[in-house]
Design a protein around this ligand. Structure first.
Ligand SMILES: *[C@@H]1O[C@H](CO)[C@@H](O)[C@H](O)[C@H]1NC(C)=O
Ligand SMILES: *[C@@H]1O[C@H](CO)[C@@H](O)[C@H](O)[C@H]1NC(C)=O
Ligand SMILES: *[C@@H]1O[C@H](CO)[C@@H](O)[C@H](O)[C@H]1NC(C)=O
Ligand SMILES: *[C@@H]1O[C@H](CO)[C@@H](O)[C@H](O)[C@H]1NC(C)=O
Ligand SMILES: *[C@@H]1O[C@H](CO)[C@@H](O)[C@H](O)[C@H]1NC(C)=O
Ligand SMILES: *[C@@H]1O[C@H](CO)[C@@H](O)[C@H](O)[C@H]1NC(C)=O
Length: 256
């Protein structure tokens, strides 16, 4: 039965290439960095990953810490079946000066251009926490033009007006980001010197965050400034596929 023979061979070779394309590490390649498992197509050495999927493992830390590409953005998890990776990004902050709580960070930026990642628009939301905060999230082009601008305003006059669990403008505001985003800048501005609100809200904050990791708590007005970084979910796919769903129909499928 030659036809079955070829069919079996075809299916076998398909299964073999799909499993080697996703899941296990290549022979001779380290499969973890600290407590983070690094599955192919990711890898921490040259020859161990597909183009763009380099993870830098810095063994100066104990346990060693993984970073995206050659940079300094920490990677905390990789999910093959979802085609996602979680990174930690900086929180923009502006604190009531007399308290000397932390240095202001009024602008942040993140750029994935040239890498096979996009910032997940389904998992993340641009979030502003504070009582006198205006923040913009925008994409700045190298041609000196702004191709996307969005933003959020969070005001409140007293703690009792803030609704626990509800991020809808009073002390907390969230807005969606566009699909396929690879680069953004954030700029935060306080509309008051916080002298009337600092007792329950010492800092205005702006950040992108995984919505599965953030439910607004009234206590965040007082405490959240303590978070230097927050988790942000990236989508990744092998080949020229903007999403894992479209990659799934392709022979070089490696989302999982
Ligand atoms: C990995 O280690 C970091 C730092 O010690 C810790 O915060 C994190 O929870 C650990 N993750 C897992 C999956 O064990
Ligand atoms: C590892 O981290 C340390 C401390 O942040 C830094 O000084 C060093 O340059 C890093 N090494 C690499 C290879 O990135
Ligand atoms: C990876 O993503 C899949 C699909 O979204 C989910 O079911 C699974 O729990 C995730 N795995 C981990 C370890 O988070
Ligand atoms: C708060 O600051 C504003 C602007 O500097 C000032 O006019 C006002 O008197 C201050 N209020 C209090 C209670 O310190
Ligand atoms: C807000 O609600 C959460 C969940 O119900 C609860 O754990 C938290 O203590 C509440 N925070 C405040 C300040 O009441
Ligand atoms: C913020 O962190 C500092 C140092 O870790 C701690 O002393 C302080 O109590 C924290 N503040 C709040 C409001 O949780």
């Amino acid at each position: 039965m030659p036809i079955y023979y070829f069919l079996v061979l075809f299916i076998l070779s398909y299964l073999l290439t799909t499993t080697s394309a996703a899941g296990t590490t290549l022979p001779g390649c380290p499969d973890s960095c600290g407590n983070l498992t690094i599955p192919y197509p990711f890898g921490i050495q040259s020859g161990c990953h597909l183009p763009g999927f380099l993870i830098t493992c810095n063994t100066t830390y104990s346990p060693p810490r993984a970073f995206l590409d050659t940079g300094n953005v920490p990677v905390t998890s990789i999910n093959l079946s979802a085609g996602t990776a979680v990174v930690e990004l900086l929180v923009a902050r502006d604190c009531y000066a007399p308290l000397h709580l932390s240095t202001s960070i009024l602008q942040t930026e993140f750029d994935l251009t040239g890498l096979p990642y996009t910032i997940s628009n389904t998992r993340n939301k641009f979030t502003v926490v504070g009582c006198s905060a205006i923040a913009l999230n925008y994409r700045y082009e190298q041609t000196n033009t702004v191709s996307y601008t969005s933003g959020c305003i969070a005001f409140c006059s007293d703690r009792s007006s803030v609704i626990n669990g509800s991020c809808s403008g009073i002390g907390c505001c969230q807005s969606a980001i566009p699909k396929g985003l690879q680069r953004f800048n954030t700029v935060l501005q306080s509309t008051s010197n916080m002298n009337l609100t600092w007792t329950f809200n010492p800092c205005n904050l702006a950040f992108l965050i995984d919505t599965e990791e953030f439910v607004f708590d009234v206590a965040d007005l007082a405490n959240f400034y303590n978070r230097t970084t927050v988790p942000v979910v990236l989508d990744w796919a092998v080949g020229n596929h903007p999403t894992c769903e479209s990659a799934a129909t392709s022979p070089d499928y490696a989302c999982g």
